[in-house]
Design a protein around this ligand. Structure first.
Ligand code: ATP
Length: 316
């Protein structure tokens, strides 16, 4: 195996970016995406995802730290990196009077080794729409056209910034299939998304950004496992929460009880055993494992003053 094949497709080390006026949008993030993997970058609005992706795409110079794409600095060595990557921005911004085919041909003119128009329109579901003008396309169709253009140069690394925003459920699934097929062919993908189920369905690894930092990362299973599971129920009015077994870390909100636990099966067994022994009815009993959504909401609820915790990196 060559040295290049062993280099991660995308690597960021302590990367940061400040805008004019001094606002720090990216505050020292480190991540590494091996070749042929999909990394989903998640975060609330303004977390710094696009600012980060733009650094990795070579569209802006970092204020600090380093970025490497296919072993090169994407900003300083743009001429080397650009032909090997595909970029789907949040808003393609194509001239609205051009047709679909004209747009792809125009884009192909700026792409080294561009494949034929039909080869990219078919997979994104725009076959037969060649003569339609951009202004007549739906929002979802424009997103597909953005994707078609990003695929023109058979990129080794593909950056997708919110690729399925505006797509209906079927269009979203089709895009997922396409992205999975690209991974099968060895393409490395970095995607940002607001859809947690998209990240869960596609990504080998996730990184959740908050206020310019990566605060949680790992495989979808690891990120979810870091969160406690929850058991909820209501106790009868004549049973005070203090009578619950001490080992259960229960919090009461009126008569509604919540237990957050990393040992769901054991704690649920203990609770049900106690309820049976004392003939207590647990109304509205609900036990559920942690979800990515909970991990995300927990992070999103952190305020500016809350420390972001130890700096975590997405490395293997
Ligand atoms: N050109 C700019 N000048 C100054 N501040 C900017 C600029 N672009 C972005 N920002 C700020 O940087 C922060 C991060 O923005 P960024 O677009 O990277 O976040 P994001 O995670 O991609 O958000 P979204 O999910 O809304 O797309 C935001 O507070 C934003 O207002």
């Amino acid at each position: 195996m060559t040295a290049e094949a062993l280099t991660p497709a995308i690597q960021a080390t302590d990367l940061s970016r400040s805008y004019d006026g001094g606002f720090k949008a990216v505050r020292g993030i480190s991540l590494s995406v091996p070749r042929g993997e999909i990394l989903a970058l998640l975060g609330t609005n303004g977390a710094g995802k696009t600012s980060t992706v733009e650094l990795l795409e070579g569209l802006a110079a970092p204020t600090g730290g380093t970025a490497r794409v296919l072993g090169h600095d994407p900003y300083r060595e743009r001429a080397l990196v650009r032909p090997r990557i595909g970029v789907m921005l949040q808003e393609g911004g194509f001239p609205s009077d051009l047709t679909v085919a004209e747009t792809v041909r125009m884009w192909a003119g700026c792409t080294s080794g561009a494949r034929p128009v039909g080869e990219v329109l078919g997979p994104v579901g725009l076959a037969g729409r060649e003569k339609v003008r951009i202004k007549q396309l739906s929002g979802g169709e424009r997103r597909r056209l953005d994707l078609a253009c990003a695929l023109l140069g058979r990129p080794e690394v593909l950056f997708l910034d919110e690729p399925t925003t505006g797509l209906d459920a079927e269009g979203r699934r089709d895009t997922w299939e396409l992205v999975r097929a690209l991974r099968e062919q060895g393409t490395t993908v970095l995607l940002t998304t607001h859809y947690l189920e998209e990240a869960e369905a596609l990504a080998d690894r996730l990184a959740i950004m908050h206020q310019g930092r990566i605060v949680l990362s790992g495989t979808p299973a690891e990120v979810t496992a870091a969160q406690p599971a929850r058991i909820r129920f209501t106790l009868p009015a004549d049973v005070p929460a203090a009578r619950l077994p001490l080992g259960l870390k229960a919090a009461a909100d009126g008569d509604r009880i919540e237990i957050r636990t990393h040992a769901l099966q054991e704690d649920l067994t203990e609770l049900l055993g106690w309820a049976r022994e004392h003939r207590v009815r647990l109304d509205g009993l609900d036990a559920r494992s942690a979800s990515l959504e909970e991990a995300f909401l927990d992070i999103a609820s952190r305020t500016q003053d809350t420390p972001a915790g130890p700096k975590e990196s997405v490395t293997r």
